[in-house]
Design a protein. Structure first.
Length: 559
């Protein structure tokens, strides 16, 4: 790692002294919970990730035997059903490594959007599709809803006696999902070490089983991770220093950790985003990861930025940008990776560094105390829907040409005026602001490109870091930070009216349904909006109505 301190040059030596004086590295490896808090709650039982690089060795032959069985039985596609820590590492492996010859392809489904679910359903040959149901708790509503929907599709085609052969569970021992896998005779249930939190599970069954299915050499991944693990045990090591510096910089107001990556490693950003945001965004503190940001000129960055560059060796494409950033006094970290297998090392590097950042910030990095609030509010909306036949919610505060409905603090007569006034009024109260676009719309390439265009406009106009997340996916990633940090977020929430209704079965094999996926995703949007407002956050919600793409494009073009 190379570090260019910029205007924070004096921060390095004191941190090295503090790390040594408090024996932080040694105490983390001794699993001493007092590194972070006086009580062991959700710390002592969340440090199993430290042992994964070496501890998974004995599990590899079992994973490989399972994969060989899948190949023998002719499966051509794997659909991973999961959220957050259960889906992000598999997505990194799949998109970075591709699919090895003779191995099945893989789709990661981490949405409750009915249009996306319907699209994927229509593409599948159910006879050669394996569904990987992945959830630590075994009770994640999105994952179980998707599991029930696809199980019923398979059972209706091949009969309930054969449907279980198309399903595999990855979960903790004793979970509801383990019981389901046993009752419905799933092909396999991988039971993970329960002392590993979801976002720290990339090197466990949650990451390695999906990786192996697509042909990744998981033994090589673990060898790389072991190398990083050994480095992290040294009293003075770059991994601990990196974590300590990001924590200290955040304390000093440089809390927007902005990623610049070589093309090969761009997918790593989404995994790191969850790890950092959900681990540090609490107790009024937080480090905001800014990932997959459109290319900007140097003058678009405000002084709260820190930059991290992940690049392949001999990639000189960042040289000019690095020179400009250093000249402007921005702190910059540079990591060089040899090839894609170095991701095994980086998974561990970032986990350990995040744990050290938590020590600096005096927070507990392994819990997520504010995530449940959005779930509670969503469940309440669903309960009212069951009683009244409609979701609760306010009437729009402004309707623009029957295209867009606005909810919240509306000032102005056009979309541009409304959003401009909303952002400016919040920046006035919070100069360290950032903008978070929360899109409960179909997660496809066209929508993402439009959201990225909107993001670029907002960043350049207001000189604020701006992030984009599809809902409900981001609820399991940045959702904790949005509610747990110092309250600098300015939230733009987008919803729409799907033209597809898909039932969420009450249970596997049951034709009964109490809600549809379109109701579920709307309830999740309502729940998150309410949870944010309960924490004093300001939210402007925009309903794109029935034509999400045309109206989103109209909004982008008229800002």
């Amino acid at each position: 790692m190379e570090y260019y301190p910029g205007r924070f040059e004096k921060e390095v030596n004191p941190l090295l002294d503090e790390l040594a004086h408090f024996q932080i590295v040694k105490r983390i490896w001794e699993k001493d919970y007092t590194v972070w808090k006086d009580k062991p709650d959700e710390i002592s039982n969340r440090l199993g990730w430290l042992d994964l690089p070496a501890g998974m060795d004995s599990k590899l032959s079992g994973i490989e035997d399972f994969v060989n069985g899948v190949l023998r039985d002719g499966f051509k596609m794997v659909v991973l059903l999961g959220m957050g820590g259960s889906s992000l590492a598999p997505e990194v492996f799949r998109l970075t490594f591709g699919v090895k010859d003779n191995h099945p392809g893989m789709m990661v489904l981490d949405t409750t959007d009915p249009v996306k679910i319907s699209e994927i359903s229509g593409k599948l040959d159910l006879g050669t599709t394996l569904f990987l149901v992945s959830t630590k708790s075994g009770g994640t509503v999105e994952t179980l809803s998707l599991m029930k929907y696809f199980y019923n599709l398979v059972a209706s085609r091949f009969g309930p006696g054969k449907a279980g052969e198309h399903f595999v569970a990855i979960t903790d021992p004793g979970s509801k999902l383990e019981q389901i896998a046993d009752s419905f005779k799933f092909r396999k249930a991988f039971l993970n070490n329960p002392d590993i939190g979801g976002r720290f599970s990339a090197l466990s069954y949650f990451g390695l089983v999906p990786a192996a299915l697509t042909g990744v050499d998981i033994r090589k991944i673990l060898e790389k991770a072991k190398y990083a693990s050994e480095i992290s045990k040294k009293d003075s090591n770059y991994i601990a220093l990196f974590g300590a510096l990001t924590g200290r910089l955040a304390e000093l107001g440089a809390d927007k950790l902005t990623f610049l990556t070589s093309e090969k490693f761009k997918y790593f950003q989404a995994w790191a985003e969850q790890l950092i945001a959900e681990s540090t965004g609490k107790e009024g503190k937080g480090i905001l990861p800014v990932v997959d940001e459109p290319a900007l000129d140097i003058d678009s960055y405000s002084g709260d930025r820190v930059f991290v560059v992940l690049k392949t060796k001999n990639d000189n494409s960042f040289d000019q940008a690095l020179n400009q950033l250093r000249q402007k006094g921005f702190p910059v970290f540079v990591f060089e990776l040899n090839d894609e297998y170095d991701l095994g090392k980086e998974f561990f590097v970032w986990e350990f560094a995040t744990a050290v950042a938590g020590w600096v910030l005096k927070i507990q990095p392994f819990d997520q105390p504010d995530v449940e609030s959005a779930k509670v509010a969503a469940r309440e909306s669903i309960r009212k829907y069951a009683e009244e036949g409609k979701l609760p919610g306010p009437l729009p505060d402004f309707v623009f040409e029957e295209k867009l409905k606005f909810y919240g603090n509306v000032q102005g007569n056009t979309p541009g005026e409304i959003i401009d006034n909303f952002i400016k009024s919040n920046v006035k109260n919070s100069p360290e602001s950032y903008i978070a676009i929360q899109a409960f719309i179909t997660p496809d390439d066209d929508n993402y490109k439009m959201l990225q265009g909107l993001r670029e406009k907002l960043t350049k106009k207001y000189k604020l870091a701006c992030t984009v997340g599809f809902g409900p996916r981001f609820l399991h990633s940045t959702g904790q930070l949005h509610k747990g940090d110092a309250g600098h977020g300015i939230f733009l929430q987008f919803t729409y009216e799907p033209d597809v209704n898909l039932p969420v079965p009450v249970d596997l094999g049951s034709e009964e349904s109490s809600i549809t996926f379109d109701v579920l995703i709307k309830a999740q949007a309502l729940g998150d909006r309410q949870a944010l407002m309960n924490k004093g956050r300001n939210v402007l919600a925009v309903d794109l109505n029935y034509n999400q793409k045309a109206n989103l494009n109209f909004l982008k073009e008229n800002l």
